[in-house]
Design a protein around this ligand. Structure first.
Ligand code: GAR
Length: 192
């Protein structure tokens, strides 16, 4: 199963996936390409470290969505990599129907809350401020409705009275780093 990872930030989840792959823990999945919409994103530096092609793809003209010429460029790059699975790991841009049509059923996203609670931006901060007793992270299929696609798997993180936003953030990230590689490994073992 050929995996393409899309991310906009530091890439700690992409790193977790690549470390799992190095350790033989990614099932039949293999990361074949990393793509970012941010030219200076930390995620791009993982390419050289893990021997995986990594590239910035110009997402213009929009700032928060992938549509039009930028969408075409991403579609082309993903098709060139012959992706079976597209993993959005901190890709901070809304993907649109054309993209989802081309890669129907093959796009998954990681979100830092127990969806359907706290969709959108800053899932961890939203949960912390709401005072919930548990939050976590979700891997789900990507559909037209943001953060509303079918849930594949979730990991729960208890919120302790002494937690600060910082400690809770670290716990949710640690849960993400376990969950996402495990889900990819599991998907790779399903008949395609
Ligand atoms: C992760 O916490 C991921 O859940 C979140 O961005 C972070 C990326 O971190 N994604 C979203 O909020 C998507 N709505 P990373 O770049 O270190 O993997």
């Amino acid at each position: 199963m050929r995996v393409v990872i899309l991310g906009s930030g530091r890439g700690s989840n992409a790193e977790a996936i690549l470390l799992a792959q190095q350790a033989g823990g990614l099932g039949a999945a293999q990361v074949v390409q990393i793509l970012s919409d941010q030219p200076d994103a930390g995620i791009l530096a993982l390419g050289a470290r893990f021997g995986v092609p990594a590239a910035f793809v110009d997402p213009a003209p929009f700032r928060t969505k992938l549509e039009g010429p930028g969408e075409d460029r991403f579609i082309e790059a993903i098709q060139a990599a012959r992706a079976d699975l597209i993993v959005l790991a901190g890709f901070m841009r809304v993907v649109k129907p054309r993209f989802l049509g081309v890669f129907a059923g093959r796009v998954i996203n990681l979100h830092p809350s127990l969806l359907p609670a706290f969709p959108g931006l800053d899932g961890i901060g939203q949960a912390f401020r709401a005072g919930v007793k548990a939050t976590g992270c979700t891997v789900h299929h990507v559909t037209r409705e943001v953060d509303a696609g079918k849930i594949i798997e979730q990991a729960s993180v208890p919120v302790e009275p002494e937690d600060t936003l910082e400690t809770l953030t670290a716990k949710v990230h640690a849960a993400e780093h376990r969950l996402l590689p495990a889900v990819i490994a599991r998907l790779s073992r399903l008949p395609q």
